[in-house]
Design a protein around this ligand. Sequence first.
Ligand SMILES: Cc1cc2nc3c(=O)[nH]c(=O)nc-3n(C[C@H](O)[C@H](O)[C@H](O)COP(=O)(O)O)c2cc1C
Length: 151
Amino acid sequence: MKVAILCGSVYGTAEEVARNAKQLLTDAGFEVLLNPRATLADVQAFAPDAFLAVTSTTGMGELPDSLMPLYSQIRDQLPAPWRGLPGAVIALGDSSYGDTYCGGGEQMRELFAELGVQEVQPMLRLDASETVTPETDSELWLGELIRVLKP
Ligand SMILES: Cc1cc2nc3c(=O)[nH]c(=O)nc-3n(C[C@H](O)[C@H](O)[C@H](O)COP(=O)(O)O)c2cc1C
């Protein structure tokens, strides 16, 4: 089974979480695409069976610039073969931002809804005010995702 990780990061924290997720998924026998500069064509060529979005939040609840080109391409085209595929979101944010807490992750959830990608697990929020070890904090959740996705 192939999992495409859609990653957005400003300072590299979300990218570290995504790399760790790739490792766990690979160890569990999945084939994983993780390329922070992937285009829509790259993701389509990979032909994913599932999606994992891992993104931080910047500005006032916005997605990182690194994810915007891919996000916009996906939104413009909404590839039909992705409808019905399973997906899940890891959102990095900081609860001190109040209303925009994990806004980037929420935007990915909305994109999944538009695509018809089925969220198979509630979004994981990793709060920079609470933790300095987001990779390890995500591992229990990733273990559950692996259990849900495993054929
Ligand atoms: C300029 C700036 C704006 C931010 N805006 C938000 C925000 O609106 N909501 C939120 O939840 N976190 C916000 N954050 C917190 C980051 O999302 C959080 O620190 C995250 O762990 C950074 O991950 P990254 O290194 O992958 O970019 C902001 C951080 C910075 C530096």
